[in-house]
Write a protein that binds this ligand. Structure first.
Ligand code: F6R
Length: 585
């Protein structure tokens, strides 16, 4: 979690502050900035969200800044980053978790180093000071020494009052470097510097970069030597990272889906062929992900069963290592992730690699950790997803999974056509469903709980619907397989209990018989289907698109979740307690 930015270049403080706004989806409980003016580091920190403009004036060409999602220590100014060394000469911002911070802190305290925060991160600049003072190392060498003592994850930026530059290093947390005209950027994510440059260098784990004197150098910390890195051109554009005329990123990203589904379809032929080979060679395919990406994994397992004879099963990435005796060199892992940085997924992939399994990832962020761990990456091409809730990345994931299953089944062109038709139809559907969703949200805003049911691939869709509703409106919601209702949850049903029923031609008979069971107990039913039914108190019509029904039916629920948040006065882009990119376990 947390967003970090460092800028070496003219007007760095204002640029860093504006860049921080592009990163606040990563954490938004406090923020801070450090700038070097002449030979002195000045800090400014605040709790709460970022203000409109930078409240202090800095005249500096070196700044580092941070937006926080608290892990160690509560939300206070002291705990906000940047943290500064005891001698006030070294400042650092950190994203990640230092697992051995307590022992490091204790030994530094014994040497009279002062600590002001409860964070794990504050040991980092102090450790650098220690190596500069006691081992008489220069700044860069002291940083390298300090990093070698850290256990855990970090993306960290350093500045020193006597050094006109920034040192950046990464191990397990995201960090990308932007190369501008006479300026350098280091950030947790590309949108932070997209308005300045599209040239980027992605750091791998245990790599370090030093930007100073208009030059940048990269080092491999394992081999202890300088390395050359490839500069990539970022394909995302600035508009994708801006809200434009939309009130929130969430609604903008829902509206983008016809386009992003089409972009997800554009997979290079050789990559699909490689994927088919890996899938066909595998004894078992395991689809893994967290949260929304898990719901997409489960939907994908249904796609594989529907279209192929492949044994494909979905697992929560955080539970995956429990399968220790079932994963081996004959297993293929399909890892789904928008950010490519989710710690639970990274652990699961590393575990599978140890067992010699092959890894295909379906991922949105180029250069992210998962892309570096996988044998084959299929990029979602969805552009930056800024709202903390995943919407467009879910439909992109479903699109690629459907594409893979159909490719294995030899039905690529048929299924591609269906997906394209569905994407075009979603353009028509969104404004119509939006009006309905707005009205239904008004009716449901005081509900304490909402159930969502569906069968077959609509079961994971029900789970995804419930996840969207609870994340953004804070109404308790649960997604169930229709057939499971009578095994317990039906006990909850009383007069006017809202239940969203997702059905289609393929599942209608059985799903509607579940709807009957709850309707007769007083449930208020919101039907999402291609045909209206007298059981429905409210109805949102969606057309049938065969294998691609799930892509279409999720749209009304995403809209409903959005309007429930607005009805309840909540900020949809930044739900409480959540942050995009969950880099903690
Ligand atoms: C839900 C949501 C989360 C993420 C999950 C995995 O709206 O955003 O549940 O889906 O944290 O994130 P990625 O896909 O980045 O691995």
């Amino acid at each position: 979690m947390c967003g970090i930015i460092g800028i070496l270049g003219e007007n760095s403080a204002v640029k860093a502050f504006n860049a921080l706004k592009k990163l606040d989806y990563r954490g938004y409980d406090s923020w801070g900035i450090a700038s070097k003016e002449k030979n002195e580091i000045t800090l400014f920190k605040q709790t709460g969200k970022l203000p409109e403009i930078l409240p202090v004036k800095f005249n500096s060409n070196v700044s580092i800044a941070h937006t926080r999602w608290a892990t160690h220590g509560s939300v206070t100014e002291f705990n906000a980053h940047p943290h500064i060394s005891s001698n006030k000469k070294i400042a650092a911002v950190h994203n990640g978790i230092i697992e051995n911070f307590e022992e490091l802190k204790e030994s530094l305290k014994e040497q009279n180093y002062e600590f002001y925060s409860e964070t794990d991160s504050e040991v980092i600049p102090n450790l650098v000071q220690f190596y500069m003072e006691f081992e008489k190392k220069d700044f860069i060498t002291a940083v390298i020494r300090a990093l070698s003592k850290l256990e855990g994850n970090y993306a960290v930026l350093f500045m020193h009052e006597d050094f006109n530059g920034i040192i950046a290093a990464k191990n397990g947390s995201p960090l990308v470097c932007g190369i501008g005209e006479n300026e350098f950027f280091f950030a947790s994510d590309v949108p932070a510097f997209l308005s300045h440059t599209k040239k980027a260098v992605y750091l791998n784990d245990l790599e370090l970069a030093v930007a100073s004197n208009n030059k940048i150098h990269f080092f491999d910390l394992k081999k202890n030597k300088e390395i050359q890195k490839e500069t990539k051109i970022i394909e995302w554009n600035l508009e994708q990272a801006e809200k434009g005329n939309y009130a929130h990123f969430m609604i903008k990203e829902i509206y983008e889906q016809p386009e992003t589904i089409k972009l997800a379809l554009e997979q290079p032929k050789e990559k699909i062929n490689e994927a088919i080979e890996l899938i066909n060679k595998a004894e078992t395919v395991f689809l893994i992900g967290c949260g929304t990406s898990f719901n997409a994994s489960l939907t994908g397992a249904y796609f594989f069963s529907e279209l192929t004879k492949i044994k494909a099963f979905a697992f929560n990435a955080s539970e995956f290592s429990a399968l220790k005796n079932s994963i081996n060199e004959k297993s293929l892992i399909i890892a789904l992730t928008q950010s490519g940085e989710t710690a639970d997924l990274i652990d699961a992939v590393k575990f599978a690699k140890e067992k010699k399994s092959k890894i295909i990832s379906i991922v949105n962020v180029m250069g992210s950790s998962i892309t570096q761990l996988s044998d084959l990456n299929l990029m979602m091409n969805a552009g930056p997803e800024i709202c903390v809730l995943s919407t467009k990345s879910f439909s992109s994931q479903l699109t690629i999974l459907l594409l893979l299953a159909s490719a294995v089944a030899g039905k690529t062109s048929e299924v591609k056509k269906i997906i394209l038709n569905a994407a075009n139809y979603i353009t028509e559907l969104i404004p119509i469903a939006e009006k309905k969703a707005e009205k239904i949200a008004e009716e449901l805003k005081n509900a304490e709980s909402i159930l969502v049911i569906g069968r077959k691939e609509f079961y994971p869709l029900a789970m995804e619907s419930a996840l969207k509703i609870k994340e953004v409106s804070y109404i308790h919601a649960e997604g169930y397989a229709g057939g499971e209702l009578k095994h317990g949850p039906i006990a909850l049903i009383e007069k006017d209990f809202p239940v969203i029923v997702l059905s289609s031609e393929k599942t209608r008979v059985n799903t509607l018989s579940n709807a009957h069971e709850i309707k007769s107990r007083g449930a208020k039913i919101i039907g999402i289907d291609s045909i209206e039914n007298k059981l429905f108190n409210e109805f949102i019509e969606v057309k049938e698109f065969s294998y691609a029904n799930a892509l279409v039916s999720i749209i009304p629920v995403q809209l409903l979740a959005y309007y429930l948040a607005l009805e309840k006065g909540f900020e949809p882009d930044k739900p409480r307690n959540l942050a995009k990119s969950v880099t903690v376990r």
